[in-house]
Design a protein around this ligand. Structure first.
Ligand code: UD1
Ligand code: CA
Length: 448
């Protein structure tokens, strides 16, 4: 069975506010419509058309698909039936057409499969849901034996019809030849002067085509017309992502307090505490522990590493068996090799920390290359910026940097070298030497 997916995405979405097309509003870090694309991409023998209009270039460029998508332009947004009409000539013969609204992106594959099977039996098949405050939605008018007589849009509804809480999701499936036959007869004689796709229901009934409406969970088929609904979709989407992790054997302290914006892969037996935000693309290995309140973006964290509370990691690679935080910040392509530790109030930028090296307190490492088993004392700063340029600090294997050292780059500290606490180091330190660069202590008599 061939499937023709038709995704409506031409409107601006005035109720959402702002100037960006509504279908590009961010949902779990991706444009809302991208969630639908991912779902339809998973259907074999399917073709996808996206109806674009408002800021069409922006919409087209934002979509990433594994399949070729036909973008069909709808110059003036004269209504949902008018939008579907634009695709009619390009639909496959004998296929099933599935209409999706770009602003209702969380429908599951399983649900669509059932909808398609019902349409394959010659029915007009719809998905509906119950909305306590159905303001703005098309109401489902049921008749005897649960039949569906028509859909009445909010603007056209009588006060008793407005009481109905079963509403149209917009998602429907029908044999393509029936769609091609019915759409041209839809008129715009309604309150909005728009061509309503929902008029299909009455037309199907007139033509003795059965109409089946399945009530679904509002979290799944509900859409986002405004900021409140977008917020609710985001929470739903995050809950699903959290539950997916649990199913894969990852412990999540609270699925209502995790935010995955983009794509984050996490290995089994890892633990994610509350209030963590993952952004962009991240890969966490097995048995990784992430304490509360961390922000992790575009980074890799390998097996058995512990990230303590309130740590920020951006564009970094953290090796196996490392410890980071609490209150550490690493960024700019920083790499920690196996067993490295950066502790509280340590910042590392564009740096490489060798195997088993440690800076456990109050340190800034900028443009620094640390060999293995280096120990950096509290309060150490790499002075990497002279006001114009950035310079490198190289600290070779087994070196020991005394507390409160200022390492003025460019600088190389040889293997096994030492610096005395409180030193300002401006010259290279040869292998094995102890460098001391500080005023000598004098003990003076005090005036009585
Ligand atoms: C529509 C339904 C309503 C349903 C609701 C669910 C109609 C007439 N009404 O109303 O029954 O309860 O969705 O959210 O279908 N679009 C176009 N071209 C157009 C008009 C719309 O591509 O000319 C796109 C929009 O970008 C959007 C989708 O179609 O993605 C739905 O349009 P929208 O204006 O949000 O419809 P609703 O008023 O919500
Ligand atoms: Ca809508």
């Amino acid at each position: 069975m061939n499937i023709d997916f038709i995704i409506l995405a031409a409107g601006k979405g005035t109720r959402m506010g702002g100037n960006s097309p509504k279908v590009l509003a961010s949902l779990a870090g991706r444009p809302m419509i991208q969630h639908l694309i991912q779902t339809v991409d998973s259907f074999p023998r399917s073709k996808t058309s996206v109806i674009v209009g408002y800021k069409s270039k922006e919409v087209e460029q934002s979509i990433i698909s594994t399949k070729k998508i036909s973008f069909i332009s709808q110059k003036n947004q004269l209504g949902t039936a008018h939008a579907v009409k634009q695709t009619l000539p390009s639909l496959k013969k004998n296929s099933i057409s599935v209409v999706l609204y770009g602003d209702a992106p969380l429908v599951k594959k399983n649900t669509l499969n059932k909808l398609i099977n019902s349409a394959a039996k010659g029915k007009l098949s719809l998905l509906t849901f119950i909305k306590e405050d159905p303001m703005g939605y098309g109401r489902i008018i049921r008749g005897p034996r649960n039949s569906v007589q028509k859909i009445v849009e909010h603007k056209d509804a009588s006060s008793s019809e407005k009481e109905i809480s079963e509403v149209n999701s917009g998602i429907l499936a029908i044999k393509t030849d029936l769609l091609q036959k019915f759409i041209p007869s839809i008129k715009n004689n309604n309150a909005a002067k728009e061509y309503y796709l929902t008029d299909l229901v009455e037309i199907a009934n007139k033509n003795s085509v059965g109409v089946v409406a399945t009530v679904c969970d509002s979290h799944e088929v509900g859409g986002a017309n405004n900021k409140k609904e977008l917020h609710d979709l985001e929470r739903q989407c995050q809950r699903r992502l959290g539950e997916d992790l649990l199913r894969k054997g990852i412990s999540v302290a609270d699925t209502s307090r995790i935010d995955i914006r983009g794509e984050t892969k996490i290995g089994e037996n890892s633990f994610i505490d509350i209030n963590n935000v993952f952004e962009g693309s991240n890969v966490l290995g097995k048995n990784v522990q992430v304490g509360p309140n961390c922000y992790i973006a575009n980074s890799t964290i390998k097996d058995n590493t512990i990230i303590y509370a309130n740590t920020v990691i951006e564009d970094c690679v953290v090796g196996k068996n490392c410890k980071l935080g609490p209150f550490a910040r690493i960024r700019g392509g920083t790499e920690l090799n196996e067993g490295a530790e950066l502790g509280n109030f340590v910042e590392a930028n564009r740096s490489n920390v060798g195997k088993s090296s440690k800076a456990k307190h109050l340190t800034y490492l900028g443009d620094a290359q640390l060999g293995s088993k280096v120990n950096v004392g509290a309060g150490t700063i790499t002075c990497n910026y002279d006001g114009k340029n950035k310079h490198k600090t190289t600290i070779k294997d087994g070196s020991f940097i005394g507390s409160n050292s200022s390492l003025v780059a460019p600088l190389t500290l040889g293997e096994g070298s030492y610096t005395g606490a409180g030193s300002v180091i401006t010259k290279d330190v040869p292998k094995g030497k102890l460098a001391v660069g500080r005023g000598k202590q004098v003990n003076l008599d005090r005036k009585k």
